[in-house]
Design a protein around this ligand. Sequence first.
Ligand SMILES: Cc1cc2nc3c(=O)[nH]c(=O)nc-3n(C[C@H](O)[C@H](O)[C@H](O)COP(=O)(O)OP(=O)(O)OC[C@H]3O[C@@H](n4cnc5c(N)ncnc54)[C@H](O)[C@@H]3O)c2cc1C
Length: 386
Amino acid sequence: MDRRAFLVSTMGGAGLSLMAATAGMATPFDPFAGVEPIRATPDRIFRTTVCLRPFRAAGPRIEVEEVGRKRVVHNYGHGGSGWSLSWGSAELAVGLAMADGVRDLAVIGAGALGLTAALTAQRAGARVTIYAREQFPHVRSARATGTWSPDSRIAMEKAVDPGFGDRWEAMARTSFAMYQSYLGLAGDPVEWTDRYILSDAPFGEAGRGAAAAPVVERPDDFLRLESRLRDIMPRSVELAPGTHPFRPAHARRNSSLTFNIADLAHQLINDFLIAGGRIVPMEFHAPGELSRLREKAIINCTGYGARALWRDESIVPVRGQIAWLIPQPGATYGAYYGGLAMLARRDGIVVQEVGQDEWFGYGDTNETPDHDAAAASVRQLANFWA
Ligand SMILES: Cc1cc2nc3c(=O)[nH]c(=O)nc-3n(C[C@H](O)[C@H](O)[C@H](O)COP(=O)(O)OP(=O)(O)OC[C@H]3O[C@@H](n4cnc5c(N)ncnc54)[C@H](O)[C@@H]3O)c2cc1C
């Protein structure tokens, strides 16, 4: 069905007369502008990437450790929420690092957490050098979905301390506010786009619809906190069968922030360099090697790398693979159906098998792309449309 036919069928007679009355004049309101079908064929895949989420059951590690004569502030272990929580986490870490007036700071790591910590420190008046083994586009942060997901695999219900929920909420609110300042910029580093959750059967209480598998009882489960942000997040609306362009009958829509990471990373790096920051390629093999840095205060933003560097076995990898399809300039939205998620970004259309719950990929260290699985995901994506 083309867009006009779709509008006609969903708007009925009123829509027809409205369209006739406005022919040659104003365009009728199209609530599905930008929701064009994705060209879901494997020949459109231009890369397949794998990333390991640095998950800690107790939540991100943001605390001070004295290493020889250095004050190290850890800022790692943000699971599937690193981009979303980055600014708020940076605020906590920078506060600890600059507590006694330190103005010369080292940041280890140049991913989402390292760049935002470095910028936050600069804005607080510090001189900052980043030391990192990899830089964009080779860091794991470059291989993220790019959506606002502040409580995705962030902690386990039973492992967090009683203050965690409040700290998380403060981090999420700070980040959410900071990302507003990246809206409307050339290159769209951050933008609001729609998300559709699709289901063959009516949505039940669970929210994901009856296409989801039955709930499996687990001994422990991931912490869900997003309801604490209800006052700042746009509401979701249910779309009646026949009123939306997707094949599954039932759909729910809400709006969320999309991070166009290629552009966002460029903006963060440029801002850091313009403010006088330096990035030095360097690898560390043990905490003792930090003694060779001239800075006394160091923020450790090594992400999954902290597992080896800090021998922190509380970090569990949660594998996620993305098949990247060539962007379609008109398509800027996301959709979820039957364990598959799609997000059409400016820098690529992300297609990702996400399973039925957050245990998908848990404990899997395999960072090698599976090209057959990527092609299968893209073929499955075609089922989103008639
Ligand atoms: C598939 C997938 C999708 C995701 N989607 C989202 C999303 O949509 N939204 C969201 O908010 N989050 C998402 N995440 C989570 C997010 O990507 C991570 O939480 C985040 O990237 C972690 O960033 P980081 O800066 O801590 O780590 P990294 O990006 O891994 O950066 C670590 C830095 O430390 C350096 N380093 C590490 N070890 C050493 C060492 N020994 N010596 C020197 N340097 C070192 C590295 O070179 C690098 O520069 C996703 C994750 C995955 C896997």
